[in-house]
Design a protein around this ligand. Sequence first.
Ligand SMILES: [Zn+2]
Ligand SMILES: [Zn+2]
Length: 274
Amino acid sequence: MSVDESTSASSDTDQQPTQQCALCDASLSRSSQHLADNRETLIYTCGDCRIGATAVVQQSGAPSERCQRRLDSRQGNAIDGLSVYRLSAFVTDEFPAGQYTVTRTGEHTFEIALPESATQWDILRLVDQLSVGPLDAEADDRSVIVRDTRWTDGPSEAVPDGGVVQARIADGTVPDPADDPLAVADDDEPRTKRAKREEIDVSFQEKPGVYEVHSASGSYYDVDVVTEQCTCPDFEQTCSDPDTPVDKCKHLRRVALEIEAGTVPRPDGKLPDA
Ligand SMILES: [Zn+2]
Ligand SMILES: [Zn+2]
């Protein structure tokens, strides 16, 4: 069998060995990802205990402006409740490039393993950034341990089923779509995946409901979210054909996602309520 080595080496499934749940030992499965210039985040969650999770962050330099805004908002959300996804937003380009692994090791305890290239000083700076509000962080060898002090882990906190479920919801192990509507879920349709991944810039036009989209390929298209139309070739050739099951091109999907994310004004021209 002839396998192109460059493809197999760059594939994230090969690069990432099976992740195991630190709480129940089950295998974690990949549930979503966020790919951007200089930044890749893969999220693994536990289908068994539904609490364990790991985020593998590959950081290689300054994020785009849009990516930075998303990191900022996820950092802000960490104060409301920790998840591996929210914690991964603290791994910024202020830290050495490399792979960072954020693991949920207890219901309210997380561990961030830094790459070899990180110095003790880097580890202490990360501790400092994570010591905010109710969050408590400390260095442990090459890792940073983060706890949410509003909760305590351990048997003394064992509660009947309902309590655990509540804590889980408050904690949001799985990336909450409201956190980042542009995170790619593994079961997204291909056009939705492209809409989320590609560097597409969306700007609001004077006409109500019309957004101008600057695609990764350099073309400009008009997206009308009221009539659900786009001026791109994909829309004209495929999506506008009533015989095809696809009715929205990636630009229409992207504009809807950006509206949801609050990065562009709503079609009525009002800014989203922060
Ligand atoms: Zn588990
Ligand atoms: Zn389009």
